[in-house]
Design a protein around this ligand. Sequence first.
Ligand SMILES: Nc1ncnc2c1ncn2[C@@H]1O[C@H](COP(=O)(O)OP(=O)(O)O)[C@@H](O)[C@H]1O
Ligand SMILES: O=P(O)(O)OC[C@H]1O[C@@](CO)(OP(=O)(O)O)[C@@H](O)[C@@H]1O
Length: 694
Amino acid sequence: MGTSGSKSMERELASMWELSFVVPPDHETLDFKFLLKPKDAETPCIIEEGPTRLLTGGMLEGDVRVALFKLNGDDEVLEFRVFNKADLVSPLELAASWRVYKENLQPSRVRGIPDISINVAPTNATEEGSAATLELDLEHYVVPSPPTAPPNGYAANLAATPASMIQTGALWTNDVLLSDGIQSPSSVSAKLEDCSNDKKNIEAWATDSSKNSGLIESKSVGTFTPLQKLDGQKGLFVDRGVGSPMLPKSASACFLASGFSFGSAKTMPEAAGAVAAAAVADRLHGSKEDRKLAIVLVGLPARGKTFTAVKLTRYLRWLGHETRHFNVGKYRRLKHGANQPADFFRDDNPEGIESRNEVAALAMEDMIDWMHGGGQVGIFDATNSTRKRRYMLMKMAEGNCKIIFLETICTDPNIIERNIRLKIQQSPDYADQPDYEAGLEDFKERLINYEKVYEPVGEGSYIKMIDMVKGQDGQLQVNNISGYLPGRIVFFLVNSHLTPRPILLTRHGESLHNVRGRIGGDTVLSETGELYAKKLANFIEKRLKYEKTATIWTSTLQRTILTASPIVGFPKIQWRALDEINSGVCDGMTYEEIKKNMPEEFESRKKDKLRYRYPRGESYLDVIQRLGPVIIELERQRAPVVVISHQAVLRALYSYFADRPLREVPEIEMPLHTIIEIQMGVLGVEEKRYKLMD
Ligand SMILES: Nc1ncnc2c1ncn2[C@@H]1O[C@H](COP(=O)(O)OP(=O)(O)O)[C@@H](O)[C@H]1O
Ligand SMILES: O=P(O)(O)OC[C@H]1O[C@@](CO)(OP(=O)(O)O)[C@@H](O)[C@@H]1O
């Protein structure tokens, strides 16, 4: 971002000055120099000698050199030592620090520029100010996001927790478990230290502005089948039999592609449509192996394996497949510690080879055990970079599951360099390494060790993603792939990319049925709803002001179309798939009327809102199935999209981005007059909420 602005440093102690600010982890490079501001405003500032400093990923590029100032016509030189470090801040600390910042903002002027005015490049500035002031303007609508594990947590550590290690009570010091920090915006602060003897020492370093940086214990997040959760609540299930194949007597042996196990033949209808139909076909015709699928990642470090593993896990879970991510790096860290030097990864290091194969086998055993316990798709995340390793995994999979190798290949040195830098910042392998450059050096050496023995995939069933980051110019190679689920996985990967862009989700403005507590229908907006439509248009005009293009998606119901009508400047698309859940014969009723007139239906929905299907209507699972193409299209889009839809539909869409378990979907809070901004970027998914009115 071309910035022109200044931030004044505050005197922390007699000998120290601090400059502290928050940046998103993937912020664009900031260029700056230190200035000395003399006491009397008339004397011009003194700019430090040397090249402009560059801040990337919260870290100063190159050697962090001292700051030199020439005073009194070069007769005197003032030296300041400079330290800089980026640390994580949790979203909650961030919100708190934002409030403090706003309360304490003291606009002052350095070189005639108001402080804290980091302007975007002048070409973007508008008469009423810069994007930065625009940002401030929208910020006062910001409300805290729900405290779920931030979707962009350090990916590998959201993976399954090693079952075997927990059973043996292996050492799980909190710092190891918790050291897998949650990736969130970094707080950067720098201070200046005066190195000359006769001057006060002014040290420059960073504060860890958030000792408890919102670390959330990493835990395996499996989606248990609702039945497993409902065991204790065997309820009145109104079995309509629609979309759920008649089951053999021993229902427990049957796992539908939707990943749900049946406790008994008389059960609720499962996911309708393609998923159920395919599941029946697979069950009737496929081998047991085919019902269980292992996606085995292959690739050199920093090629996006974990990133892809997390994204694919999220998508398959959302489709209702019992899916879990197994990250071998996490197993290695827990078994051998998080500070293995590059030598550990040398191919001529027998102990290293032994240890790495041991944890890989351990993870594979856990995954197979998990499959025997009901899991359906295991995402096995490691480099798996030699045929020998992949052969070991194939032998272990025999009779248990089918393996599809998923290789990520990247030939763009700039992207690889960026990935490596992100890695050093994020990975627990370098969490205790204070010297960024040393970490960078070590990781590059590790990379060389892997490159020496890397054997690209050529065996079995495989998918190769080659330079797929931008969603264009890359290619996807497929070999020996068949079946419903592998086909959907290929389709998902082909439509995914990493180009950062926001997705804004919001319900329609309050409708007349909302006022009366009636569900469904196709009513117009209330006056309050119309006011929201105007506010939404104003918000979008500001929020998307600097976007080249964007699209507005609504359902075909008038409450969303009317909400979108004040928005100008962007094409609008009506999706039938975005229509609210079909409440069938209950359409237009209030919940009280349903409870009074159709108590069985009311009770049945209360017992299992996810799979309950209204008579001649839909279940949440049905809604999720019909939103599949919407998710694919949202993944494919590279420009911002504003989705104006309904409570149940938005719960389903939001649960995909927030990786919420299916069972939680029907209860996700989805208030009126609130915008949820999902930022899909290189670090995964981040969320921000704006409440435009009560
Ligand atoms: N297909 C891809 N090609 C190149 N880089 C990618 C790809 N997918 C994701 N990335 C980027 O690589 C970075 C590091 O990826 P990561 O998943 O940690 O690598 P790995 O697991 O292969 O070591 C991610 O932050 C992401 O921005
Ligand atoms: O699944 P529940 O919690 O009933 O929520 C879905 C209901 O929400 C409503 C409002 O009550 O959606 P909408 O956003 O369209 O107003 C109903 O139309 C819909 O039936």
